[in-house]
Design a protein around this ligand. Structure first.
Ligand code: PSU
Ligand code: MN
Length: 306
């Protein structure tokens, strides 16, 4: 049963009813991750990439207290243009619904909506994770806890190198979340194809992933799976180049005392400035690549279930 506060767009509802592949997409990347107008342009391109891959895109956001799964062109535009909307994660999603607010959904909140809508595959740019200095700040994204409990395959370019990737992998392991390198042995670092950290599992074929996912369900193992897809080589910015930019942005944040939900958006926008916009081009390329892979996986899941 879909809860009353959740609305599927007519297109998503029809695809679900017919058993056609659907890919969920988050919206925090639009409101807090990319600047206007690149955010709107990217959102449209991501939806087109999902369609090209044979699946229906379902961007998730909260409008006036309704969780909407699948946005029409007008809603996408409104969201991309409005500044100051709430960034909603597991902790505040229900509050926004109860009070009739508008907000974008993080990876965690999008996974919750996807599960409620019966969508098993979700494409994002990068998940939240364990921040650098977490041993003192305790800043660990709710995305990791969500992956531990909610059964959705999340396609991500690894995790942002603004995070502590080694600690992020440790917490993923602690929670029993499978981290699968897509045709790679090295955990991708968002703008870079490799972090130098080995990825725990590697798969090269969507059919193998689908078998793995179905066995997890059969064994009653709760939680999601992180499919780590390296950015296409032609769009990559190597780790060594990003490192000095990230270190500077992180140090600036610390000196100003940015905390909690503001950390990730502030770091991302500062990195766009410090790279002169180059990081944006890479960001867009990796999101599109993740959307294409998610569509392929969603299609493979459906053929397996037939
Ligand atoms: N990583 C990115 N771009 C983003 C985000 C993460 O590369 O826009 C967003 C996602 O929506 C993610 C959220 O779920 O930030 C994590 O925020 P926090 O670290 O506050 O949990
Ligand atoms: Mn945080």
């Amino acid at each position: 049963m879909v809860p009353a506060s959740l609305t599927l767009s007519p297109e998503v509802a029809a695809a679900r009813a017919d058993g056609r592949p659907v890919v969920a997409l988050e919206s925090t990347v639009l409101t807090h991750g990319l600047p206007f107008p690149q955010n709107l342009d990217t959102a449209r391109a991501v939806e087109a990439a999902v369609r090209d891959g044979g699946a229906v895109p379902a961007t998730v956001a909260v409008f006036d207290g309704r969780i909407r799964v699948g946005l029409d062109a007008a809603a996408l535009e409104r969201l991309a243009q409005t500044s100051g909307v709430m960034k909603l994660s597991r902790a505040d999603l229900a509050c926004a619904v109860a009070l009739g607010r508008t907000g974008s959904t993080t990876v965690a909140a999008t996974m919750i909506a996807a599960r409620l809508a019966g969508i098993e595959v979700f494409a994002t740019g990068g998940i939240g994770g364990v921040h650098r200095g977490a041993e003192t700040s305790f800043d660990i994204s709710a995305d990791l806890g969500e992956l531990a409990r909610t059964p959705v395959i999340v396609v991500s370019a690894g995790a942002k190198a603004i995070l502590d990737l080694a600690k992020t992998l440790e917490v993923l392991e602690t929670h029993g979340i499978p981290v699968v390198g897509w045709r790679t042995d090295d955990f991708p670092a968002f703008w870079s194809r490799a972090s130098g950290l080995p990825v725990p599992l590697r798969l090269d074929d969507a059919a193998d992933l689908v078998r793995f996912w179905r066995v997890r369900r059969d064994l009653g193992l709760e939680g999601g799976l992180l499919l780590a897809n390296p950015v296409p080589a032609e769009a990559e910015i190597p780790c060594v180049e990003m490192e000095s930019v990230i270190a500077r942005a992180v140090a600036e944040m610390e000196s100003v005392g940015v905390r909690a939900k503001d950390v990730t958006p502030r770091l991302l926008s500062r990195i766009v400035e410090l790279t002169g916009g180059r990081s944006l081009t890479t960001n867009r390329a990796l999101i599109l690549s993740n959307a294409r892979l998610a569509a392929e996986v969603a299609g493979a899941l459906i053929s397996r279930d037939r």
